[in-house]
Design a protein around this ligand. Structure first.
Ligand code: ATP
Ligand code: MG
Ligand code: MG
Length: 342
């Protein structure tokens, strides 16, 4: 976001709202406060920020940060989502299996990401509902989807929406491994997806970038979840679009012009998860590395690579090289990316 801000001469200053610092922040009347986290817990800094006259999307947290109210919102708007219910004190797993089938996915109401905070109930194994998940989780039907797609869009202060083309995503163990966009075969779903996300952003009076993750079943879309921020499945726009999702978000909250984003070339995004930085990646003729400089831990997203998919031969060469440089769990996603972008 800071990089995107530089181009617009907007100074982006990250703030850790949970930092124990006692001093209040120095804020100007012209400053704009945007939030890139799921929860908005109370702290002296978060209170100060949320009282600022340009605190954007304040009322959104209460509705989206909790899966219970997020799924309720989708139901209220009659937007298709995986069938679900709240896991209550008296909820029996047998009853959940009766309603939703042999595999039921419990998801913590708050705090889950990258597939953490999920618990599968499997009928043959008679898996129990963990005691401390009652009232704290929802139960969802397992969806036998064909593919996963997401839509990244942005809404202006006066209610106009712009969108990127649908992105095809591959998750492994609940974590995003790779994305491909745009794809001609997804074009027929674009209008439907845009109508769904416009409806959601309008209802929330939302300003900025929001992502809608979906399961694709034939020509139908079921919303999996919403993310009120720039999204990992939109990282390809950093390299391939004339306005990236990061710049689009800044333009929206700053009230700057927001033309429809143009796609300069198709792209593949590969997430770098729990791997050490490898300078071989920098030798890819069509690659751009984004390294977050975070401590490397298993399962942690530490960077991503955007590859141009304009030249099929070049793309397939790069994916082959990456298969040599990345560990075993990448082999299937790299093959998937090669096949999907053909
Ligand atoms: P994120 O990092 O995207 O925020 P998250 O931990 O919030 O992830 P979800 O997006 O709800 O969790 O689920 C992660 C992945 O788990 C999905 O992308 C999908 O692959 C799988 N999944 C989630 N819900 C279901 C479901 N009802 N049926 C089948 N698979 C599912
Ligand atoms: Mg999530
Ligand atoms: Mg998700």
């Amino acid at each position: 976001m800071a990089h995107a801000g530089e181009r617009l001469a907007l100074h982006v200053k990250p703030v850790d709202i949970m930092s124990p610092q006692a001093e209040p922040l120095v804020l100007g009347q012209d400053d704009i406060i945007t939030v890139e986290r799921e929860q908005w817990p109370e702290s002296s800094i978060s209170l100060q920020l949320s009282q600022h006259c340009h605190f954007i999307n304040g009322p959104v947290f209460a509705r989206l940060a909790d899966r219970y109210s997020q799924k309720s919102l989708l139901d209220e708007l009659a937007i298709a989502t995986a069938p679900w219910e709240l896991v209550q004190q008296e909820t029996q797993s047998a009853a959940l299996h009766q309603r939703y089938g042999g595999r039921v996915l419990l998801k913590r109401r708050t705090g889950g990401y990258d597939g953490k905070g999920q618990h599968w109930l499997k009928q043959p194994e008679k898996t129990d509902i963990p005691a401390d998940w009652r009232d704290e989780a929802i139960a969802e039907q397992a969806i036998n989807f064909d593919e996963e797609v997401s839509l990244v869009g942005a809404r202006t202060q006066d209610g106009r929406c712009v969108f990127y083309p649908l992105t095809l995503n591959l998750h492994q163990d609940g974590i995003l491994m790779a994305s491909v966009a745009p794809l001609a075969r997804l074009e027929s779903l674009q209008t439907k997806a845009q109508a769904m996300l416009s409806c959601i952003m309008n209802e929330l009076n939302y300003v900025g970038v929001m992502a809608m993750e979906c399961f694709k079943i034939g020509d139908d879309l079921l919303v999996n979840e919403l993310a009120p921020r720039v999204h990992n499945s939109g990282h390809w726009t950093q390299s391939a679009c004339h306005i990236s999702q990061f710049e689009m978000h800044l333009r929206a909250i700053a009230g700057l012009p927001m033309p429809e984003p143009k796609v300069n070339y198709p792209a593949v995004m590969i997430n770098l998860i729990g791997v050490e930085k490898d300078n071989n990646w920098l030798s890819l003729s069509n690659g751009e590395l984004f390294w977050y400089d975070k401590a490397v831990r298993p399962g942690r997203k530490v960077g991503h690579l955007n590859l141009s998919a304009q030249d099929e031969v070049e793309l397939s060469q790069s994916l082959k090289l990456l298969s040599l440089w990345l560990p075993e769990q990448y082999q299937a996603p790299l093959e998937w990316a090669a096949k999907a972008s053909r």
